[in-house]
Design a protein around this ligand. Structure first.
Ligand code: C2E
Ligand code: CA
Ligand code: CA
Ligand code: CA
Length: 282
């Protein structure tokens, strides 16, 4: 048992080293990704469950390195946060999303909300307010169609700072959503102070529909909470018709997920949008 324990320990250390090397390498590559034009955004449609209209597009970052290939955001966003690179990357994301949104609106598409993920680090240390103001002004994208998605953990870091930043962002006209709702610290009492517009039910609960009765009760409770506080509620990760119909029966406002569409390259958005809207009589 002793030997096995020792062995396990050594193995663990080796894995850690490989991990650390990999992390260092990725961080270095990440440092030049913007200037080498390796990022792009994909957009995932969000629909109103009742009318089926596309009401939003969540921008999700993609990184393709010439040698490493496609690297998932779940892997590199945490590294970008650790190294502070999330600030320039986050700036690139908001700017590119607004630029793209403006182009679509100018072409006569929409309007619909363009939602952007803002990481904790970017929200707390990145002068998010000045940045958003500058980008809205620079791109000409209308503030009330820009939605910023935060996680609960990002907001709870420094509550006073969060409350005042949220207030100032709202005074610009920007919309705010809490992402992955239900998985964080579930700071229910702060919802009163963080005056956000929308809650995004985490996909782990949606995945459990029809499988786990507790998850369904959590979804029901979040939707009820949304009603009481007059917040929009969107469910993400909707993959099946059964999940969508369950969410509809619970009176959830909006849905996003593979059932409707995978995240789309910007070049494919217009065709998808037009055919979806036509198919649903709009
Ligand atoms: P998230 O914000 O919760 O985004 C939802 C993730 O679920 C996306 O993964 C999306 O592609 C995926 N997804 C959408 N519909 C479905 C579905 O029906 N089933 C399943 N299984 N998955 C679905 P993605 O694009 O790999 O992003 C992962 C995470 O990385 C995001 O989670 C977000 O936290 C982060 N991220 C992505 N883009 C950005 C960004 O531009 N900035 C920041 N700060 N974080 C980002
Ligand atoms: Ca999100
Ligand atoms: Ca989410
Ligand atoms: Ca997530």
């Amino acid at each position: 048992a002793k030997a096995a324990g020792k062995n396990t320990c050594r193995q663990f250390t080796e894995d850690m080293n490989v991990d650390a090397l990999d992390k260092l390498k990725l961080k270095a590559l990440l440092g030049t990704a913007i200037e080498n034009d390796e990022f792009r955004l994909v957009f995932q449609p969000q629909i109103n469950i009742e009318t089926k209209a596309i009401v939003g597009a969540e921008a999700l970052i993609r990184w393709r390195h010439p040698e490493q290939g496609e690297i998932s955001p779940a892997r590199f966003i945490p590294l970008a946060e650790e190294s502070g690179l999330i600030v320039p990357i986050g700036r690139w994301v908001i700017e590119e999303a607004c630029r793209q949104g403006k182009q679509w609106f100018d072409a006569g598409l929409g309007p619909f909300v363009v939602a952007v993920n803002v990481s904790a680090q970017q929200f707390n240390n990145g002068d998010i307010l000045g940045l958003v103001e500058e980008i809205l002004y620079g791109t000409g994208f209308p503030a009330h169609y820009l939605e910023l998605e935060f996680t609960e953990s990002g907001l709870l870091n420094d509550i006073c700072h969060s409350i005042s930043t949220i207030e100032q962002l709202k005074s610009l006209g920007v919309k705010l959503a809490i992402d992955d709702f239900g998985t964080g610290y579930s700071s229910l009492s702060y919802l009163k102070q963080f005056k956000v517009e929308k809650l995004k039910i985490d996909q782990s609960f949606v995945r459990d529909i029809g499988v786990n009765a507790e998850s369904l009760e959590i979804i029901r409770a979040i939707i009820q909470l949304g009603k009481t506080l007059r917040l929009e509620v969107i469910a993400e990760g909707v993959e099946t018709e059964n999940q969508l119909q369950t969410l509809r029966a619970l009176d959830c406002n909006e849905a996003q997920g593979y059932l409707i569409s995978k995240p789309l390259p910007a070049a494919d958005w217009m065709a998808f949008y037009q055919s979806w809207m036509a198919r649903h009589g709009m």
